[in-house]
Design a protein around this ligand. Structure first.
Ligand code: NAD
Ligand code: UDX
Length: 456
């Protein structure tokens, strides 16, 4: 029985290892983290992150061949294969601040692995990292000692939050990058064997290490670029009377383009897109490829513009002043079915609304606690956090819908309208409501990239 260790029990490490343990009973899988609270939650079978099907997945494996621990040293000693799945956020200070990846958590794990290893190991990069990180990792691992050999390979993760279990169970592809040496080939093959327990072979792609590292950054950049592209067109649609959903429907019917990731909205969020594109820009700049960097930078700039444009439109529509007005914010998570608010467009939108002097009443089915943390120290006396969407809307001058939770399309908008100030406005930042019905009820309706329906 081989031992797998994963360092980092977060959104990626936890679910990925749970899937491997479930599909590979012939392996022992241990997940370690420095965060004791997180590990305690996993140990109790109550994952610290919300993912559909995850609790059930670990219920079948925890204590059988899936274990969680804070004892990193002995985990390393016992492991044959070590996945590194720690966070790699954007640097906040020093050279490359605001753009480059902060690899200090990553480097820390390399040093821990070097210190505690007593046998040869395969080290798998699971985190998203700049291209050629495997080289730095290898150098750190082999500095100071020659008795133990480490083979570093790349296996980036493509799961999306909210659908992690499904994405892991039936991935579009699994990518494994290794060195073109006999030990590199052997290490790649070992990982292929693990995934082949449940992933069809033709979906397991093997490449060289640098292609693998770059493919992950490129895939996220392409996805975000599609969202920014349709959002750019949504501004033209608003200016001209076109309907963005009709336009994206037509564009997406072209087989060469495809229909997914063409939904216009208030902007993309999540822990990955912004960080990974900035990482790509920094990488391009550091190779002197300034035009390439500025091309991808536009994808981020367009997202900032879309968030900003949303608030400007609110101000313009509501008679150029939001001072003292109550705005019900429906949805704070960066997308539905998650409590995650990292880089959520709701953060800059709420901050701008507060800057305009508005009072906010925020509702989210799962993310209120994170919203409270994100807005701490930013005019909290003007922010109410509501457990009930009807309470948030009561007495509001406008509703800003920022996350397309299913329950929002099922709300009783007649009741909401009756409880609001007049004229009542709805800014549908995700185009998920029935705009004809809302207009008939009496609302002034302002979707993204569609003609507005106002009574003024
Ligand atoms: P996360 O913040 O949820 O989890 C990372 C964990 O690593 C944390 O619990 C942290 O305590 C732990 N950690 C940090 N340093 C450690 C150390 N020295 N020893 C032990 N544990 C340590 O992050 P995440 O969302 O799981 O992302 C991990 C990586 O995967 C990132 O590089 C990210 O870009 C990438 N990724 C994330 C997603 C996603 O949807 N979240 C998808 C694909 C790839
Ligand atoms: C993304 C990638 O999809 C995943 O492959 C990668 O591993 C991690 O980053 P995630 O951030 O979890 O996953 O969510 P995703 O579903 O991609 O959505 C990201 C953001 O884009 C959300 O804010 C979503 O609302 C927005 N989006 C998505 C749109 O605005 N329009 C779309 O058409 C699709």
């Amino acid at each position: 029985m081989k031992n797998i260790l994963c360092i980092g029990a977060g959104h990626v490490g936890g679910p990925t290892m749970a899937m491997i343990a479930s599909k590979c009973p012939d392996y022992t899988v241990q997940v370690v983290d420095i965060n004791e609270e997180r590990i305690r939650a996993w140990q109790k079978g109550k994952p610290p992150i919300f993912e559909t099907g995850l609790e059930e997945l670990i219920a079948g494996t925890r204590g059988r061949n899936l274990f969680f621990s804070t004892d990193i040293a002995s985990g390393i000693r016992e492991a044959d294969i070590i996945f590194v799945s720690v966070n790699t956020p954007t640097k906040t200070a020093g050279v490359g601040a605001g753009r480059a990846a902060d690899l200090h958590f990553y480097e820390e794990t390399a040093r821990q692995i070097r210190e505690h290893s007593v046998s040869d190991k395969i080290v798998v990069e699971k985190s998203t990292i700049p291209v050629r990180t495997a080289e730095a990792m290898t150098r750190i691992l082999h500095s100071d000692r020659n008795d133990v050999r480490f083979e570093v390979i790349s296996n980036p993760e493509f799961l999306a939050e909210g659908t992690a279990v499904r994405d892991l169970e039936t991935p579009d592809r699994v990518l494994i990058g290794g060195n073109d040496t006999s030990t590199g080939h052997r290490a790649v093959q070992e990982l292929v064997e693990i995934y082949a327990h449940w992933v069809p072979r033709d979906r397991i792609v093997t490449t060289n290490v640098w292609s693998s590292e770059l493919s992950k950054l490129a895939a996220n950049a392409f996805l975000a670029q599609r969202v920014s592209s349709i959002n750019a067109i949504s501004a033209i649609a608003e200016a001209t009377g076109a309907d963005i959903d009709e336009v994206s429907g037509v564009v997406g019917m072209d087989n060469r383009i495809g229909s997914r990731f063409l939904k216009a909205g208030v902007g993309y969020g999540g822990s990955c897109f912004r960080k990974d594109i900035l990482n790509l820009c920094y990488l391009a700049e550091s190779h002197g490829l300034m035009e390439v960097a500025s091309y991808w930078q536009q994808v981020v700039d367009m997202n900032d513009y879309q968030e900003h444009r949303f608030v400007s439109r609110m101000v313009r529509t509501m008679f150029n002043s939001l001072t003292g007005k109550r705005i019900a914010v429906l949805g704070f998570a960066f997308k539905p079915d998650t409590s995650d608010t990292r880089e959520s467009p709701a953060i800059p939108v709420c901050l701008q609304l507060l800057e305009e002097g508005a009072r906010l009443a925020i509702h989210d089915p799962k993310a209120l606690e994170n919203a409270r943390r994100d807005l701490a120290g930013t005019g909290e006396e003007r922010v109410a956090f509501c457990n009930d969407p009807y309470e948030a809307a009561c007495g509001a001058h406008a509703i800003a819908l920022l996350t397309e939770w299913k329950e929002y399309s099922q709300l009783d908008f007649e009741r909401i309208y009756r409880s609001m100030e007049r004229p009542a406005f709805i800014f549908d930042g995700r185009n998920c409501l029935d705009h004809t019905l809302l207009y008939e009820i009496g609302f002034n309706v302002l979707p993204i990239g569609k003609p507005e329906r106002t009574r003024l």
